[in-house]
Design a protein around this ligand. Structure first.
Ligand SMILES: C[S@@+](CC[C@H](N)C(=O)[O-])C[C@H]1O[C@@H](n2cnc3c(N)ncnc32)[C@H](O)[C@@H]1O
Length: 273
């Protein structure tokens, strides 16, 4: 089974996931900024938000393999406290700044406009999986040309590209973007695919506790990883099913709804990567 996706509260359903079976968690929880997800999950502030983060991370830590890792998306308002908390449980490997490439138009007048999200990368142990080569950024032709001097010729790094670093400049999805689904905080595939390739071995299992529009599931399936995930809102769950059918490469998948646990096997077109 490549995908086990549940229209269910993560806290109620996490027991379905086998202990020490997960290679990678990609968690994009509500940020505590009061957004409307058709539920009140984004209305948690201050110490309540930290407590919510403690609850979800403690619920899923036993599910991670000893060499597993976890990415968490946060906003600057809560990231200091949540990073401190997670550091008591895992090793912090990186803070990644996602620059959403917000165009310069007006903006705040009483402070600097915020245009980034804070992403933490944590690992269960020093032996975590990390495949840098799969996410290297190719040098452009100009740079390659400028490095034609004999000392650079045949240099592996010039051919393979460079480390993407910890500042990721990837445009957020505009309303008219063909990738855009009906979800207010959908993340770009390009961003999530980098996490999948770097931090989950081929065939490995990824857990997304808060699926939203299902970006993690799509990225996982496109790259030959398995995925398990939870989403509360039935409308978003329909979006997930549609996106997985359109974009995911998948042989057999199951979608389970809270009400009926119906299994709808789906065969997706192969080779659409
Ligand atoms: C920030 S969004 C995720 C966006 C997603 N990464 C994407 O690219 O579309 C968080 C989602 O978590 C869902 N959610 C909130 N609490 C939940 C819970 N306890 N269990 C499952 N889903 C939950 C919300 O309905 C919302 O769709």
């Amino acid at each position: 089974m490549n995908a086990s996706l549940y229209n269910e509260d993560f806290f109620a359903g996490i027991h379905r996931v086998e202990d020490r079976s997960i290679d990678l968690v990609i968690s994009d929880p509500p940020y505590g900024l009061g957004k409307d997800y058709g539920n009140d999950s984004d209305h948690l502030y201050g110490s309540d938000y930290v407590e919510f983060s403690r609850r979800w991370v403690d619920a899923l830590l036993p599910k991670l393999k000893p060499g597993g890792s976890l990415y968490v998306f946060l906003s600057w308002q809560n990231s200091p406290e949540v990073f401190s908390l997670f550091k008591t449980r895992m090793q912090m490997i990186n803070e990644i700044i996602w620059d959403r490439r917000v165009p310069s138009m007006g903006g705040s007048t009483r402070r600097f406009s915020s245009v980034h999200d804070n992403i933490g990368l944590f690992a269960m142990s020093k032996e975590y999986y990390f495949d840098l080569d799969s996410v290297r950024v190719p040098y452009d032709e100009q740079t390659k040309k400028a490095r034609t001097r004999s000392i650079f010729v045949g240099k592996k790094w010039l051919e393979m590209g460079y480390n993407p670093k910890d500042m990721w400049s990837i445009a957020r999805l505009h309303k008219q973007d063909p990738e855009r689904a009906d979800h207010p905080t959908q993340k770009p595939l390009e961003l999530v695919e980098r996490m999948v390739l770097a931090s989950c071995p081929p065939g490995g299992l990824i857990l997304d506790p808060f699926m939203g529009s299902g970006t993690v599931a799509v990225a996982a399936l496109r790259h030959g990883r398995r995925v398990s995930g939870f989403e509360l809102n039935p409308d978003y769950f329909s979006v997930i099913k549609k996106r997985v059918a359109e974009f995911g490469v998948i042989n057999k998948s199951s979608f389970r709804s809270r009400e009926s646990h119906r299994v709808a096997g789906a065969t997706m077109p192969a080779g659409s990567e």
